[in-house]
Design a protein around this ligand. Sequence first.
Ligand SMILES: [Mg+2]
Length: 287
Amino acid sequence: MHAMEPSCNMAWTVAAMGKWKREVIVMMLLLLISTTIAKEVRKAKGGRHRKRHSATGGQAIINGTSSNSSEAYCLSWRMAVEANNMRGWRTIPTECWRHVQGYMVGGQYYRDINLIIDQIYGYLDGVTPLGDGFDAWIFDVDDTCLSNLYYYRAKRFGCDPYNPTEFKTWASKGESPAIPAVLDLFNKLIQVGFKVILLTGRDQETLGEATVDNLLNQGFVGYERLIMRSPEYRGQSAVMYKSEIRRQIMEQGYRIWGNVGDQWSDLQGNFSGDRTFKFPNPMYFVP
Ligand SMILES: [Mg+2]
């Protein structure tokens, strides 16, 4: 028996080691499987995050928590637009349709304009026009004096791309309402002696009459000039066209005390004026 003991022990040891090895292999396999699953889960979560990021411009992550809010994204998008950090865009993101609608018709748009106009009155309190007939103030027309909100409501507040033919049809009706606070400012400026010049990219030949009628029927009476885009300026960017017109205005001896528009291209370029005031417009971009 003793002679047999070593071989029995050896057989037991080999069997035990075989069992131990199997257990180690099983454990290693389980560990490998769980690690792989964890990796795949992380990858899937990251993929969803990246997909969301590329589709919407990103989730809001504040203090390590993700709000995953389309509303938060659209607010950031609108801020980027107004700060002129986003340029050359043709349509608003479809997911921001309701956000922009809420902004435009829910009261905040007019509150923002009223606040800007308060700033204009504050600025006017601190300046002394010379009163020689050359104190000029420039207004843009579309979505500065006259509102195209009714038109853009049918265009999903800018989700649909700009259609020049359809916009011309709308503008030809001469039914764009005044922005009330702007009309008040317009009248006040004239009353205190400013020469108000309306400078618009609207086409003179096709929209001249309708624009004059529309301004009149909304109460914009007493302006110095309405300058529209004549054929020689067709195809020019708004920045180039408006800069050139302002150069001519100043060459004629006017001082431009203020310049108000809803597009950065109303205010950029040369001879912009002593102060510029940008109205909000999250619905379209004019280069
Ligand atoms: Mg405009």
